[in-house]
Design a protein. Structure first.
Length: 219
């Protein structure tokens, strides 16, 4: 006689369902673990912004990530070069939570494209690296404007206009006195003329006729 054990159909179905649930749970756990890991790799912002244009090189650049960056000694690196290929990096990057700060040097940095290469270690231990650029374009127009104004200022004879105006004011001040003197002289001359004219028009005083002698009377 054979000793085969026949399991009910319900038991087989329950085993299949349980296996499917376990597989689904494992797949969900894998997705939950992979999802945060991928989020750690994102650079969410930079200062200066990628693709922007600045008039002067900043003292430092900052990289902001979507999650904590592990401060693992030399594992985090930021390299900055100007348009001529000269290094602008000053020291090692500083990590604080999800922000990485790199000091810069080079007041005489070449104008043009500034390239930033960075490599950091995210919270899950995976290194992440990428690059971005921004443009350094010093405002050269301000310097010629300043020199031009400095050149024009000495040429314009502003101080010479003041003596001319003052000399004109000094020369015009005696005019009232001259006019007053002329009027005074004219008044005196007119008065003298009237006095002389009246003296000529006044008749001489009347004189008595000479007395007739007796001889003339007898005649």
């Amino acid at each position: 006689m054979s000793s085969r054990i026949h399991l009910p159909a319900r038991v087989d179905r329950r085993a299949s369902v349980l296996g499917g649930v376990l597989l689904a749970a494992v797949a969900g756990l894998v997705l939950l673990v992979a999802s945060p890991a991928s989020a750690h790799d994102e650079l969410v912002g930079t200062d200066p912004a990628a693709g922007s244009t600045v008039a002067a090189l900043p003292g430092a650049i900052t990289l902001t990530f979507s999650d904590i960056v592990i401060d693992d000694g030399t594992a985090n690196q930021v390299r900055v070069t100007d348009a001529a290929g000269s290094s602008l990096t000053d020291g090692s990057p500083q990590v604080q939570d999800n922000v990485v700060t790199q000091r810069l040097k080079g007041a005489d940095a070449a104008a043009g494209t500034v390239t930033v290469l960075w490599r950091v270690v995210s919270r899950d231990g995976h290194p992440v690296s990428k690059s971005f650029t921004f443009t350094l374009a010093p405002a050269a127009s301000s310097t010629p404007a300043t020199s031009a104004s400095a050149t024009v200022a000495p040429v314009a004879p502003r101080p010479s206009a003041s003596p001319t105006a003052s000399s004109g004011g000094t020369g015009s001040s005696p005019a009232p006195w001259i006019i007053l003197g002329a009027l005074t002289v004219a008044a005196i001359a007119g008065t003298a003329y009237l006095v002389v004219s009246r003296g000529r028009r006044t008749p001489p005083p009347a004189t008595d006729p000479p007395a007739e002698s007796e001889g003339d009377a007898d005649r």
